[in-house]
Design a protein around this ligand. Structure first.
Ligand code: SF4
Length: 73
């Protein structure tokens, strides 16, 4: 098992945010915002998308449009 340093995890998080932020349109911006909000590569909580899917803040204005692997209800 490979152990990442804090700096490597922070760089991965920043790269993931920037990747989505650079996409045209609102989809990438929403994805980037959710990553910025919740994604922690060192948490053991899964991929950025899995962590966003597991968001427990339905009061957030982005909650209904947050990225999910399955279609929205
Ligand atoms: S939907 Fe959840 S992960 Fe996305 S910005 Fe809101 S609180 Fe953060």
């Amino acid at each position: 098992m490979t152990t990442r340093t804090y700096q490597e995890m922070d760089a991965l998080r920043t790269a993931t945010i920037n990747l989505h932020k650079a996409k045209p349109g609102l989809r990438g911006k929403v994805d980037a915002m959710c990553c910025e909000c919740i994604y922690d590569p060192g948490s053991g909580g899964g991929t950025w998308r899995e962590q966003v899917e597991a968001c427990t803040s339905p009061e957030c204005p982005l909650y209904e449009v947050r990225p999910r692997s399955k279609p929205h209800d």
